[in-house]
Design a protein around this ligand. Sequence first.
Ligand SMILES: Cc1ncc(COP(=O)(O)O)c(C=O)c1O
Length: 388
Amino acid sequence: MSTLINVSQPDFGESEAAAIQAVLASHWVGMGPQTAAFEAALAERLGVRQVIATASCTAALHLTLANLEPDGRQEVIVPSLTFAATIQAIRLAGYDPVFAEVNPQTLTIDGDDVARLLNRRTRAILPVHFAGYPADMEQLRRIAGPDVDIVSDSAHAFGSTIGGVPVGRQGTATCFSFSANKNISCGEGGAVATQSGSLAARLKKSRFLGISHHTWERQRRAKPWHYTVAGPGFRYHMSDLNAAIGLAQLKRLDDFARIRRTIAAGYDARLAGLPWLLPVQRDLKQTIPHLYVMRITRGLRDELYASLRAAGIVCGVHYIPNHQQPAFKKYTRSLPVTEMLADEVLSLPLHTRLDAGQIEHIISRVSRFLRRARPARRRGQTSSKPTP
Ligand SMILES: Cc1ncc(COP(=O)(O)O)c(C=O)c1O
């Protein structure tokens, strides 16, 4: 194959181009009517009272954590197996990350480990809905009790549901990403969904420099130049340009979901039973698969990655554990499950522009490699048979 098959890719077409043209023609490209319309459309889709659109999910996470009522409790329990953005947001908000294990079947936060780590310094639990598969929110709610907030990193899970209820309605707040490779994309963007009117009011203010009414809102006032700076704030709002792209993408979400589910189901069926491959739990009815993650055991993951790369197939590794990153060394602890997974996880290409020939190429290359593989390393490696 001459062109590379990317692990992920946005799907923009004529509707997004027309939406951008319309915003450019309106001469208002900053936060304005498109941002408000996108927030309303997201709120309707999720069935939540409040949505605050942001520049990114990192901004959404930081904004939310920075707006929890401070009460001296300093710790946020979070899986180490996540993108660095999650942990940076915790640190930026002045909290200490307490790294938790993940469940090796689902790659979501391990509730039993959360229960062990919870203490009187715990301010919040921050689960990550990994690859679109939601963490066990009911269990976390029981563990958290009434005094510990649950703020979800739902960067991967826009459109997924839990027991038929959209991800976004559980816990204190849910933060989404609409960056280039997500289930829907604004180019760059994010949002916070919450049922709390008071939290939403704080988020709206501090998203835009603590200013009481943003520039668009002041346009029709007698003194549009006048504003009040009510408190601390960031510059985390979403522009009309990004929101217009998001509105066009939202109309295509159901099509995107169908394509993603079909590809993931095809991988599941065709790769089942291959040696050294452990599947990761997916519930394709309830969730939209954002990443197709599998586990390659016995030290073969890097070799398979290189073999696929040589065949023009670019995979992903989600993620390098954060407790092993120099920036978060201070918070490190022993996380054997996470460390084992970090050597095993491999994400196959999954996006809506993959064609049947590319999918066939990926499946045949993975199958061929694994059938011929002769693992060298044995010490400390999981076997793919039997499934742990
Ligand atoms: C798990 C997770 N959290 C947070 C983020 C940050 O999202 P954004 O790029 O919108 O800031 C990402 C981005 O890929 C992510 O994968």
